[in-house]
Design a protein around this ligand. Structure first.
Ligand SMILES: [Zn+2]
Length: 294
């Protein structure tokens, strides 16, 4: 079945017409309109409507930052696009006359990777997206377990404790995975160590070229990420953990460390092995996953 996938971001929305995860045609819409809900809705409806008609799409999926209601109809809260209780799914459905479902954008990326990306062939896939924060999703048999505890758990993947009493997290607690392993957290550590702005990518590159301080930072990042990954693997028993987001391009630098910890520390690993893998779909994962929402 053909579907429209929309990946809604703070500055633009990516829209695609897809069939079985294959992108047939793309469009983009600016969303930086001072959070003007009506204006964004109008532009999304126009672009998605055109694509749907041209490509014979029968439904629409939207990945959005923030908290989405369990029915997949409303953005309950997003500090990214600064919406509160925006009934985007309902409104777009009325505008387009097609069924519309929504989910959190990190969950959509997880669904995309699990079904059409590096997670193909595994029935239980967990994805961690390392960006401004740490988000993620858990996919079982090709579906986000909507409405179940799994779906809700995804929102707190970044807020499991990896260092009791450790660094302050934006959520109010201390020692969360997000406070150590988001791209933002790694850059903050880089600033502390190098006394200047360094991107996560640059830190990994420096480590690769033999810089001892950068190598130490990479090791620290990977150890905390491994601690989080092992805890999540123990709780949810995925067969693969996909690492995505801005730092996934450098995954080769930290995946071997994660894999070693998974092998040594996951409870009953021999009976339920789990592999650390790098995301494959890049920036398209969210749009591809959104088109798979039902
Ligand atoms: Zn936290």
């Amino acid at each position: 079945m053909r579907a429209i996938g929309i990946d809604l971001g703070g500055t633009s929305a990516k829209i695609g017409a897809l069939e079985d995860g294959k992108i047939l045609e793309r469009a983009a819409v600016q969303t930086r309109q001072d959070s003007d809900y009506g204006g964004i809705l109008r532009d999304l409806a126009a672009a998605a409507g055109t694509l749907a008609e041209k490509n014979g799409a029968e439904r629409v999926g939207i990945g959005s930052p923030g908290l989405i209601d369990r029915a997949g109809r409303r953005v309950c809260y997003s500090n990214n696009i600064r919406w509160n209780d925006a009934p985007l799914g309902l409104d777009l459905e009325r505008e387009l006359g097609l069924p519309v479902r929504m989910a959190n954008d990190a969950k959509c990326a997880a669904l995309g990777e699990a079904v059409c990306g590096v997670g193909r062939g595994y029935s239980r896939v967990l994805m961690l997206t390392l960006g401004t924060g740490v988000g993620g999703g858990f996919v079982e048999n090709g579906k986000l377990a909507a409405g179940s505890l799994y779906a809700d758990a995804a929102e707190i993947f970044g807020h499991i404790t990896v260092e009791y009493g450790g660094r302050q997290c934006t959520c109010g607690r201390r020692g969360c995975l997000e406070a150590y392993c988001s791209a933002t957290a790694l850059m903050r550590r880089g600033r502390e160590v190098f006394g200047r702005e360094v991107s996560a990518k640059e830190i990994f590159a420096l480590a690769g070229s033999g810089n001892a301080a950068a190598a130490e930072l990479t090791e620290e990042f990977a150890e905390y990420l491994a601690a989080g990954a092992v805890s999540l693997a123990n709780a949810l028993r995925p067969q693969a953990i996909v690492f995505g987001g801005g730092v996934s391009g450098s995954a080769g630098d930290f995946l071997p460390i994660i894999d070693r910890h998974l092998k040594e520390e996951v409870y009953g690993y021999a009976f339920a092995p789990v592999k650390a893998v790098a995301a494959q779909l890049g920036n398209d994962a969210g749009m591809i996953g959104a088109a798979l929402l039902q």
